[in-house]
Design a protein around this ligand. Structure first.
Ligand SMILES: Cc1ncc(COP(=O)(O)O)c(C=O)c1O
Length: 393
């Protein structure tokens, strides 16, 4: 096993329990550690590295991005790549306006601000509440952690930001809690990620949309993990046909460089006056030109069809595994986003997988989360399945 130079770890804040090996290279859908051991990557940087590693098109886009010499300019001035990216995202979605930022958490924090500002114009200060759902993960910043349903992330930081609460995924409870006079927005992941990989029922989403529309409440979709092709459609909402008012994306959008975005209807965006929200780095020219390349690649119908078809095949294989393996309780997912409930603690299975050369991540104490790069082909999916079965023990 690799021993890392102690200086690398000792200076880092201990917010992550890092695996011991040190990665030095990436190739295709594999990472390679300092000892030359290869790992098939079913984590993809937690749903970031959709194009895998060493992608020539991405490398060229990154190279091209810095050729102008303008890595950063600031949002005080106009630059073409950010404007083109916003236009491309608008063309691909329900949205009229885009705000760029630097991460998923920031996108959701910004979405909360846009929602609150819009709601104030509709119903004054009373109309400010934001609701999320049981099992949600929306980030760990101050506003978003209040909307994230994980006690370990929330409790040490109380009191949390006010006016943000979690509801059961139950329409009766939701109907009683959300009111036109007091509620600004409801935020939902169409496929919950960290909270256990749960595909929300299209009927549930449709009812939620009807209810929020009827009560003049904004519906925010957090597609930070499930968007950008991961479910087989470019946006996950396309599969249910339910259109939100605001949508947040991040993770894969700039090929591993930090970028997020808030997509919204004009009425929501226009509620904010200049200066009421901002970012130094968001949507800078180098990031935006890389993101334009990624957008083109991940919205390619051939890639999306491959995620849909291979994802359905992979899901069927996982379900067959669940039937024959006593340690698998259930399987949920869509496209290249799967959760496998196991009887052993997930971290034990993940540790055994690591020894076998497969990277997996958890989504709760007994759930394995599988997020392969979207370019993973069926032979590698099959190889990963075999390794998962061995790792189950
Ligand atoms: C659905 C969802 N929302 C928000 C976030 C937060 O994103 P970030 O870690 O970039 O702040 C994540 C990250 O895992 C996520 O999966």
């Amino acid at each position: 096993m690799t021993t890392m130079s102690p200086s690398i770890t000792s200076a880092l804040a201990a917010t992550y329990k890092r695996a011991p090996m040190e990665f030095v290279r990436g190739e295709g859908v594999e990472l390679i550690d300092a000892d030359g051991k290869r790992y098939l990557d079913f984590v993809a940087g937690i749903a970031v590295n959709a194009l895998g590693y060493g992608d020539a098109g991405l490398a060229a886009a990154m190279q091209g991005a810095i050729e102008s010499g303008m890595v950063h300019v600031s949002n005080l001035y106009r630059t073409a790549p950010g404007e083109a990216l916003a236009e491309a995202l608008v063309a691909k979605s329900f949205a009229d306006r885009v705000f760029f930022c630097n991460s998923g958490g920031e996108a959701n924090e910004g979405a909360f601000k846009f929602a609150r500002r819009w709601a104030r114009g509709q119903g004054g200060t009373a109309k400010h509440e934001i609701f999320s759902l049981r099992g949600a993960f929306h980030g760990r910043l101050f506003g978003t952690v209040a909307a994230t349903d994980r006690p370990a992330y929330r409790l040490p930081f109380r009191p949390l930001a006010g006016g943000i609460s979690i509801l059961e995924r139950d329409l009766t409870e939701i109907r009683a809690a959300i009111q036109s006079e007091t509620t600004a927005a409801v935020i939902v992941e169409p496929v919950q990620g960290e909270g256990g990989v749960r595909v929300l029922d299209a009927g549930f989403l449709r009812e939620l949309r009807a209810l929020t529309t009827e009560r003049n409440i904004l519906l925010i979709f957090d597609e930070i993990q499930c968007g950008y092709g991961r479910t087989g459609s470019f946006f996950a909402y396309e599969q249910s046909g339910v259109i939100p008012d605001i949508l947040t994306v991040a993770k894969p959008m700039a090929g591993g460089l930090p970028m997020g975005a808030i997509l919204m209807r004009a009425e929501v965006a226009d509620a904010l006056q200049p200066g009421e929200h901002g970012t130094t780095f968001g949507g800078g020219p180098s990031l935006a030109s890389v993101a334009l390349h990624v957008l083109e690649r991940l919205s390619d119908p051939t890639l999306l069809a491959s995620v849909t078809e291979n994802g359905a095949w992979f899901g069927a294989q996982l379900r067959a595994l669940a039937e024959r393996h006593p340690k698998v309780r259930s399987v949920r997912g869509v496209g290249y986003m799967w959760g496998v409930d196991v009887t052993d603690p997930a971290k034990e299975v993940i540790g055994r997988a690591l020894d076998l050369g497969l990277l997996l991540v958890s989504a709760g104490e007994h759930t394995l989360r599988i997020l392969p790069p979207l370019v993973t082909m069926r032979d590698d999916l099959a190889r990963g399945l075999a390794l998962i079965e061995r790792a189950l023990g």
